[in-house]
Design a protein around this ligand. Structure first.
Ligand SMILES: [Mg+2]
Length: 252
């Protein structure tokens, strides 16, 4: 897989450095996942998931356990993850039940504000505008339309996004590559780059033949194991922060 790479970079001793590969001018299309990439989800989706499991199971589950669940394929979808998690804790729970409970924590109720209000951005609108100067920008997210619109409707960089694919726009969710293929149409997948933070993102990219960068902070639970998993799924780079992407994008 070296068609989208430029010349290997050599270090001072003339040997190939560890980070010897650099994406080249061939990449023209950037596709972002939203949660964990553009948006920090710890106080919103993650907290809602933990609260949902506690509420339905009566058990005191932790963020550590959540990360373990998140690292399994198919659990980019929080409703599916919480349904299976609560079921495993001994209370059989359907997808619909988990979704209803989750939404009360995420969106809030009449008497209690939802976690959605604690949403934080990982990337500035200014940075997105800079990238938009050289790349076509798109989104493929596991969010539904409502969750997407709530956050992005008033966002100044919204106009830079060409195609936005939410879970409501595809038959098959991640890890299936449908959303990526829809964004690309007939264009060469090698000219695109998908930036995600979940194993489902990496699998979708691999299935679509789209180069993939993973966002995984060093402080993440089981960093090494997860980094290894991303690499085995073909991740070209593992980045600490989304803004670090600029380093690998020529001219930005
Ligand atoms: Mg994500």
């Amino acid at each position: 897989m070296h068609w989208y790479f430029g010349e290997p970079l050599k270090n001072r001793t003339g040997k190939l450095s560890q980070h010897r590969m650099k994406p080249t001018r061939y990449i023209r299309i950037l596709i972002f996942d939203v949660d964990g990439v553009l948006i920090d989800v710890r106080e919103t989706f993650w907290r809602s998931a933990v609260q949902t499991v506690r509420h339905l199971s009566g058990r005191k589950v932790t963020f550590r356990e959540l990360q373990q669940w998140k690292s399994r394929p198919g659990y980019n979808d929080d409703w599916q993850m919480t349904a299976d998690w609560v079921t495993q804790l001994g209370r059989p729970t359907t997808y619909e039940e988990a979704r209803a409970a989750f939404n009360q924590f995420y969106w809030g109720t009449k008497d209690r504000p939802g976690n959605v209000r604690k949403e934080k951005w990982n990337v500035s609108a200014k940075q997105i505008s800079r990238w938009a100067g050289s790349y076509e920008l798109n989104i493929f997210t596991g969010r539904n339309r409502r969750e997407f619109d709530y956050t992005f409707a008033g966002w100044p960089a919204r106009r830079h996004l060409r195609t936005v694919i939410t879970m409501d726009d595809v038959e098959r969710k991640k890890p299936f590559p449908d959303g990526l293929l829809k964004i690309l149409g007939k264009r060469d997948p090698a000219g695109a780059l998908y930036v995600g933070d979940n194993v489902d993102d990496a699998m979708a990219a691999q299935a679509a033949g789209v180069p993939f960068f993973a966002i995984l902070p060093r402080s993440a639970f089981r960093y090494r194991e997860r980094a290894e998993r991303f690499r085995s799924l073909g991740a070209l780079k593992i980045l600490e922060r989304t803004a670090g992407l600029s380093r690998w994008l020529p001219g930005r």
